[in-house]
Design a protein around this ligand. Structure first.
Ligand code: ADP
Length: 458
């Protein structure tokens, strides 16, 4: 086992990794920007190295600086966390070339899955159903028209190297196809440095359901069930739950086994998530994330498996400590991603935390790097806390989440808590009747109700 792990990240995920290392008796090295000098991950880790100025490009994305920090601290392995360099094949390669262990899959698997076209092809070849569309990149209007004739409208033009919900164009009919193709190619080049785009059938009311897998690269592959991440705004997740209200045990086992077999056949090693759209009882693969995910705690809460510990064990060459038969799904878990944002406009709301009180009690978990007096920098992601709640049943879980959200005091900034409180009490959420468009429609209905009120007052 490793003696020392460098955590190449910040915020709550850096703390999450620190906690797993600490419980395993592994020393930790934090890296940080000048802006993050007083951040909690820096304060808790055994050692800390400043790797550059506030801008991520010069610090958390600065590969030479991170490798130098690993060298001077005599680190054994590097955990990339989520975002930043976690799906950067070049980083994974360089980490290994410099004699450290990358806690994640091989650079080849990161490359294969980092491109949505090759990822879909790899899964299709292994019997996993994918969203209908083009098997290859589309470059001309003629090609696009040909595929559109097969998929029908509406369709989606997506960046092959896309991520973070960006770079997608919905096309309602042929009149906008050419323009949308041009915009998608330009944006893909601008955002992701890869102008390849492809076409997918636009599914009208799907749920986003993803399967968590763990593979030790020595034949041991298991799944830990699904997470339903359909409550989204601009294709970004805001509330996630496990199990999904839409699946039963038989469906879970079927899709889980399909994923396990595909991942085993790929020779994949590490934690990974296969993301699907689920519509009318059918699953359609959209992409695979070759890293731990922000919403991993809901799977941990219902299985009792520490996913970061398993990632570290796998990277150190150990076999999985659990088999599929050991995985027993227990109760229900929901996560709220609490962002430092206005709950209606979603404008970032960085600032200094005043009073801070975290909820507690049975079944309540808070993964956050906040503390009273902490100044949230404006340079990074607005996710500041994850509130994860477990209950014996979905109903108990929602009741508990209600009281935990009420208890949570984060003063000095605006957060998404008021919106999350409203959503979990909405009849549609309570009934489990929602899809990926639900939240946007709900927000629109609030706006309309407000403008009607203004009209009648005028
Ligand atoms: P990213 O990598 O940018 O997160 P994904 O391919 O994972 O993009 O898709 C993110 C979200 O976009 C999905 O959860 C879903 O809400 C929506 N989406 C993606 N593909 C489709 C599709 N073919 N039809 C309808 N919605 C889609």
């Amino acid at each position: 086992m490793f003696e020392k792990v460098l955590i190449a990240n910040r915020g709550e995920i850096a703390l999450r990794i620190y906690r797993a290392c600490r419980e395993m008796g592994i020393g930790t090295v934090a890296v940080h920007s000048t802006e993050d000098q007083h951040a909690m991950h820096v304060r808790l880790a055994d050692e800390a190295v400043c790797i550059g100025p506030a801008a991520s490009a010069e610090s958390y994305l600065n590969i030479p600086a991170i490798l130098s920090a690993a060298t001077v601290t005599n680190t054994d392995a590097i955990h990339p966390g989520v975002g930043f360099l976690s799906e950067n094949e070049n980083f994974a390669t360089m980490v290994e070339e410099h004699g450290f262990t990358f806690i994640g899959p091989s650079a080849d698997h990161i490359r294969l899955m980092g491109d949505k076209i090759t990822a879909k092809d790899a899964m299709k070849e292994r019997g996993v159903p994918v969203v209908p569309g083009s098997d290859e990149a589309i470059s001309t209007f003629e090609e696009a028209k040909k595929i559109a004739a097969e998929t029908g409208y509406p369709l989606l033009i997506k960046a092959s190297g896309g991520g973070g919900g960006r770079g997608m164009q919905i096309v309602e009919d042929e009149s906008r196809l050419e323009e949308a193709l041009n915009i998608a190619q330009r944006e893909a080049e601008m955002f992701f440095g890869n102008k390849e785009v492809f076409i997918e059938k636009y599914l009208l009311n799907p749920r986003h359901i993803e399967i968590q897998i763990l593979a030790d690269g020595q034949g041991g592959v298991i799944h830990l069930g699904e997470r339903d991440c359909s409550i989204q705004r601009r294709h970004q997740k805001l509330i996630e739950e496990a199990p999904s209200p839409a699946l039963n045990a038989e469906m879970r086992e079927k899709i889980g086994t399909l994923c396990v077999n595909a991942v085993r056949d790929l020779g994949y090693k590490g934690a990974g998530t296969l993301e699907f759209l689920y519509s009318n009882g059918e699953f359609f693969f959209i992409e695979m994330n070759t890293r731990i995910q922000v919403e991993h705690p809901v799977s941990e809460m219902i299985t009792g498996v520490d996913l970061i510990r398993e990632q570290i064990r796998i990277a150190s060459g150990s076999k999985l400590s659990i088999t599929q038969d050991d995985i027993v799904f227990n109760g229900h878990a929901i996560e709220c991603r609490i962002n430092a944002e206005n709950p209606r406009t979603f404008m970032p709301s960085p600032g200094t935390i005043g009073d801070y009180h975290i909820p507690g009690g049975l079944g309540v978990r808070v993964d956050s790097a906040l503390y009273a007096g902490y100044k949230i920098p404006s340079h990074y992601d607005s996710l500041v806390s994850k509130l994860i709640v477990h209950g014996k049943t979905r109903n108990e879980c929602i009741m508990r989440l209600n009281r935990a959200l009420k208890e949570y005091v984060i003063s000095g900034i605006e957060t998404t808590i008021p919106l999350q409180s409203d959503v979990i009490n909405h009849a549609d959420f309570l009934n489990g009747h929602y899809n990926v468009h639900w939240l946007e429609a709900y927000l629109k209905s609030l706006e309309e109700a407000e403008s009607n009120l203004e009209d009648s007052a005028a």
